[in-house]
Design a protein around this ligand. Sequence first.
Ligand SMILES: C[S@@+](CC[C@H](N)C(=O)[O-])C[C@H]1O[C@@H](n2cnc3c(N)ncnc32)[C@H](O)[C@@H]1O
Length: 208
Amino acid sequence: MIARGAGQMGVRIEKDQLDAMAFHAAELIKWNKKFNITAITDPVGMAVKHFVDSVALIPWVPQGAAVVDLGSGGGFPGIPLAICRPDIRVVMVDASRKKVSFLNHVVRMENLSHATALHSRVEILAGDDKYAGKFDMAVSRAFTGLGRFVDLALPFLSSQGKIVAMKGDLSTEEVEEVDGSCFDVDIKRYCLPNGDRRALVVGVRSCC
Ligand SMILES: C[S@@+](CC[C@H](N)C(=O)[O-])C[C@H]1O[C@@H](n2cnc3c(N)ncnc32)[C@H](O)[C@@H]1O
């Protein structure tokens, strides 16, 4: 189902990548019994709403990019992105210690040496010289409103850095609020295999 859904978006997923996503899903279900990491736990829902949705991001990530995923939760989109794109570096950030423990467990078990998860509030990490200005792309899914995401993402980005917000609901007002401020914004709409509508808000830095 993941391979077919990804294929509909023009993304090819190899067998070993599907196996790695299956491992992520299985561990998520296991950890979820003890820690409340995700509300979606049925296999079809996870495949479609977590994994297919996450791989929709893949075509927009430049070769060799350093990507920061703000508010990664159970690893979406950060883990599927790291599985499918060994050429990039992925840093996942979350304020929940148990979620970050889970993410680093998956990273270790899957040998995703180009990925890591950091336990921090995004606002605090943004002021750390080790991370500020070091990323080509900041992404988030179901993290916060577009305006706040832009404000939080900006300190992480290099001068050419881009943002991608993965959204379900997206209002015109939300887009107008950020378009032309520090980013020129483009909306890429797509449907998940179950018919749910999604949008990628891609912002290219215009000033600031
Ligand atoms: C609704 S979940 C989304 C998780 C994941 N991106 C997804 O799409 O499944 C939002 C996540 O953001 C994290 N979060 C919220 N505010 C944060 C902040 N200021 N700094 C870091 N993480 C934060 C929460 O702990 C939670 O895991």
